[in-house]
Design a protein around this ligand. Structure first.
Ligand code: SAH
Length: 390
């Protein structure tokens, strides 16, 4: 047990935390703690001196403390990480036969500010808070002991790090990784994890890719915002008649095409802006049995809600316009800042604007390797809505 500086809550504060929430907001804590450095490990107590837990403190963040233990004096050391990661690993191993998954999903796995994607013996780590950044050496020691990785890459370039006063960088901690193979849903895909490149793999859509592939035999499929072909390649493997991957990134499309070739599948890659290409396809009266639209986040911050919501509506309309009669349309959003209800309303409005009737047949989020802390339902960022159009 170590002795940490103590943060005391204001009188009557901490109701959510008492109920199990892992965040303490800056307005809930008594003055006096501001002199502690960002990332300090602290003990948190209620105003009457009752213990609340151990956490990472940041005086500059609205989320002032992120708790990682319900006891005082817990240090984020190697043993602590080994315990949590072993538990996270056990959960994944129940779902996935192969070692390809998000191994750690932040608060959902009891490790605030930390995301780890596993590609067999390659680990990609993303740290988003100052406290976790300070604990990096202990974390990598735990990972090495548990998994003996060949490669560890730090992808510490998310914009949110700036709010924590952290620098943006990508570097290799161990080994090097360029192009690797990802095994998912029985398919093999290439991904490029090369340090310095903004690339990787999105495990969050795994189950939704399988849902679509299950409907794809003999169908024509448009995979819009395809990235490296997550949806398109699985649909092709499931027997789709024709697959088009549409993206603005040449590098992503090259990977999609190479993956298709390695699996002896055929796929057409189109490099274009999705809105422009959908307009062109609609003008030519082209239709697809299945349309997937999985764009980058349109609502990057809360102030973007209205324009972002409008963009989702427009995308829904344009995607519905190229969906064949009796076709299937998947619309996704990875924006934290738009709630499911609002996203769903915009999608419905857009489809209706296209003059189509639709039935919502499936509502989904990320897979079980993206667990959500039950007191933080708002951190479930991914929404995927599947419609059957008439
Ligand atoms: N569906 C993918 C993930 C999509 S990520 C999967 O299953 O893995 C979002 C993608 O949108 C990125 O590949 C990015 O290159 C692409 N993108 C962003 N803006 C775009 C635009 N205006 N037109 C086409 N593609 C765009």
């Amino acid at each position: 047990m170590s002795k940490h500086p103590v943060i005391t809550l204001k009188p009557r504060e901490g109701r959510r935390a008492r109920a199990g929430a892992p965040w303490i907001f800056s307005n809930e804590i008594a003055p006096g703690a501001k002199s502690l450095e960002p990332g300090s490990v602290v003990d948190v107590k209620f105003d009457d001196g009752q213990p609340l837990g151990s956490g990472f403190f940041n005086p500059n963040s609205l989320i002032a403390v992120r708790l990682f233990a319900r006891e005082l004096g817990v240090a984020p050391e190697r043993k602590f990480f080994e315990r949590h990661i072993a538990r996270a690993l056990k959960l994944r191993e129940q779902f996935y036969p192969r070692p390809f998954y998000r191994l750690v999903h932040a608060e959902g796995d009891g490790l605030p500010g930390l995301v780890i994607d596993r590609f067999d013996d390659v680990l990609v780590i993303q740290v988003t808070i100052a406290g976790m950044e300070r604990a990096l050496a202990q974390l990598t020691a735990a990972l090495t002991a548990l998994l003996k990785p060949a490669t560890i890459i730090l992808r510490n370039d998310t914009p949110s790090r700036a709010l924590e006063g952290l620098p943006s960088y990508v570097r290799s901690e161990l080994g090097t990784a360029g192009r690797i193979v990802v095994e998912e849903n029985g398919a093999r895909y290439f991904a490029d994890l090369g340090a310095g490149q903004k690339t990787g793999w999105y495990y969050d859509q795994r189950d939704n890719r399988a849902f679509i592939a299950n409907l794809a035999r003999g169908k024509t499929v448009l995979d819009a915002y395809s990235y490296t072909g997550g949806f398109g390649i699985l649909a092709a493997q499931a027997g789709a008649k024709e697959v088009i991957c549409l993206d603005s990134s040449e590098a992503a499309l090259t990977l999609a095409q190479d993956s298709a070739a390695a699996n002896r599948l055929s796929l057409r890659a189109v490099k274009a802006d999705v809105f422009e290409e959908l307009a062109r396809l609609a003008a030519e009266k082209e239709k697809f049995d299945i349309v997937v639209a999985d764009p980058p986040p349109f609502v990057k911050s809360r102030k973007d809600l209205e324009p972002g919501a409008k963009a989702y509506r427009k995308l829904a309309r344009m995607a519905a316009e190229v969906t064949a009669p009796n076709g299937i349309l998947l619309l996704a959003s990875c924006s934290h800042n738009i709630p499911l209800e609002r996203f769903s309303t915009e999608c419905a409005a857009g489809i209706s604007r296209a003059g189509r009737n639709a039935a919502l047949i499936h509502t989904a989020g990320a897979g079980p390797d993206h667990p959500v802390h039950p007191m933080l339902p708002e951190t479930a960022y991914l929404k995927a809505l599947v419609y059957a159009l008439d």
